[in-house]
Design a binder for this molecule. Structure first.
Ligand code: GLY
Length: 404
């Protein structure tokens, strides 16, 4: 009799534990979007409160918060401050999600600080990040003609970086000599979106052609057979041939820098949306799968998948935010089974990012901690960075739309 009781007890314990494990993985897929939206809104209000303590300078944009600090370190909205469009973009998304007119007014004011960039010669490819996150979202939500004019002028300016012999935009004009040629970085994929948009909204058709050619050339030259990418490709500007592939922000030339891979996933998903060319969808799936199979258990990548100090290496929450947002779009282009796999992964990433490990403490103005900006340069390591918050709130907005 005793032995039967023991077996019964063991069975109950086993079933209870099994059920608990099951409940845990099920809850990992249920993301509290409304709660996360309210959390972001409270952090936006906190930041605005801090920024308006003295007289507000709308040209100073939140950039990062180091591990021990609580308020944003701000930088001036200049052509070489590539992150200056993300804060206005966060405000536009927060306005969209909260409906708070106070936030819209702030979004307008910060956005206006970037308009002058459309009237200057382009500094580098980041003009796309600067203008499309700010004015792009502003136009999407308000339909204002003056916003459209800024985007169209910026797209024309960005296109002056195109080299038809190479077939890509020159990402960093200032680094041609240092890198030994016409350089194109993976991040540049994101800025093709402004060219596609302009071609559809009154700009010249050649902007579409440039964006497609850039995506093709990058697809052919800047990836390894397993779907992982190189951060930088260097080309002969006169002959157009590839000279070398290398890294700038990753661990090594041959390693896979997590945010570079994230830009590739987001970029090729967007290029498929704009072209409906199946080559780009297949490629987006391939680069996505290369990323997903390298992820650690909490779905937030190490800053570089090949850092030999893993598991002691820092995570990069910003890459997880970019990918979560991209997967919420990519899932809609896939067959149901694969779409569900990407959707589940996006939810798991957002649940993890919204948990206590990555969410910033109440005392901090940011949404998220644990991003890495430029590790080889020793800059922004394990920090809050504004583009992590931008892609996080964008992903929340995309998930909300899918669930409503
Ligand atoms: N575009 C630069 C970066 O991703 O850090």
């Amino acid at each position: 009799m005793k032995i039967y009781s023991l077996i019964l007890l063991a069975g109950v314990v086993f079933m209870t534990c099994g059920l608990a494990a099951c409940t845990q993985s099920a809850s990992a897929e249920s993301m509290d979007v409304a709660g996360a939206r309210d959390y972001c809104h409270s952090k936006v209000e906190k930041t605005l409160g801090v920024l308006s303590r003295d007289s507000v300078d709308y040209t100073m944009m939140p950039r990062n918060i180091a591990a021990g600090d609580s308020v944003w370190h701000c930088r001036k909205a200049t052509p070489d401050e590539w992150c200056a469009g993300f804060w206005p973009g966060v405000l536009w998304y927060d306005y969209e999600l909260s409906g708070d007119e106070k936030i819209r007014e702030q979004a307008e004011r910060y956005t206006a600080s970037l308009g002058y960039l459309s009237r200057k010669p382009v500094f580098d490819h980041d003009l796309g990040f600067l203008i499309f996150c700010s004015y792009g979202n502003g136009y999407r939500l308000t339909g204002r003609d003056e916003y459209k004019d800024v985007i169209l002028a910026s797209a024309d300016s960005l296109a002056t970086l195109y080299n038809p012999t190479v077939g890509t935009l020159l990402s960093w004009p200032r680094n041609v000599e240092m890198l030994g040629g016409h350089n194109t970085i993976m991040d540049n994929m994101i800025n093709l979106e402004m060219l596609f948009w302009a071609a559809r909204n009154g700009g010249e058709h050649r902007l579409y052609d440039i964006a497609v050619k850039h995506a093709e050339t990058t697809m052919n030259n800047q990836f390894r057979p397993d779907g992982t990418c190189y951060h930088v490709a260097v080309y002969d500007a006169e002959k157009g041939n590839l000279l070398r592939c290398m890294t700038h922000q990753g661990y090594a030339d041959n390693s896979t820098w997590a945010r570079g891979q994230a830009w590739a996933i987001y970029g090729y998903t967007m290029v498929y949306r704009e072209t409906k060319d199946k080559r780009f969808l297949d490629f987006a799936r391939k680069v996505t799968d290369a990323y997903l199979e390298r992820l650690p258990d909490d779905y937030v990548p190490y800053w570089d998948f090949d850092d030999p100090t893993i598991p002691a290496a820092p995570r990069d929450a910003s890459a997880a935010c970019v990918v979560a947002s991209a997967l919420l779009e990519l899932q809609g282009y896939c067959v149901p089974e694969e779409g569900k796999r990407y959707m589940d992964m996006a939810r798991k990433m957002l649940v993890s990012l919204s948990g206590k490990e990555y969410r910033s403490a109440d005392s901090r103005c940011s949404f998220l901690d644990h991003s890495v900006g430029h590790k080889p340069a020793g800059s922004e390591i394990d920090a809050s960075i504004i583009y992590a918050d931008y892609y996080y709130i964008e992903a929340l907005k995309r998930l909300k739309d899918l669930e409503s």
